[in-house]
Design a protein around this ligand. Sequence first.
Ligand code: OFO
Length: 172
Amino acid sequence: MQSKKIENALNKQIELEGYASFTYLAMAGWCDNEGLEGCAQFLYRQADEEREHMMKIFHYINEVDGNAVTPGIKQPPTSYESVQQLFKLVYEHEKKVTKSINDIVALCYEEKDHATLNFLQWYVEEQREEEALMRSILDIMKLIGTGPQSLYYIDKEMERINKEEEKADAQN
Ligand code: OFO
């Protein structure tokens, strides 16, 4: 049985992960419409992953005899200035998610909730990986710049990243 404080914090995390899923879905749709298929594919996969993150917490809360709350997700933006701006927003959102996970970890220490602390270790590692991945994408975009055909090269790079991610997923 976990404290109400932890349960509430985890329910807020469900909302954050759900919002990330919907945001990345909206971003994927925008990329699709812009002809950026590699970027779209990457974001569709991220959207699915975020839903999995949300569901993992949902099941965990119920498993420890709490009440998982289905979140009301607000409509994410559906248009973006550029693909560079879009990925900057992804990185900012991931940093927000990391902060939130770290806050719940700190709360677990306060509440002496070792089970949830243990459960959250997977998220701590996932966030480290996600932030590193988003930073590397932003670095690649910076190197390519915004000259003619830059979108073509960015999308090719995203296709390469998608293949690497698929390979890594298959190994796990
Ligand atoms: Fe689940 O927030 Fe990104 O990874």
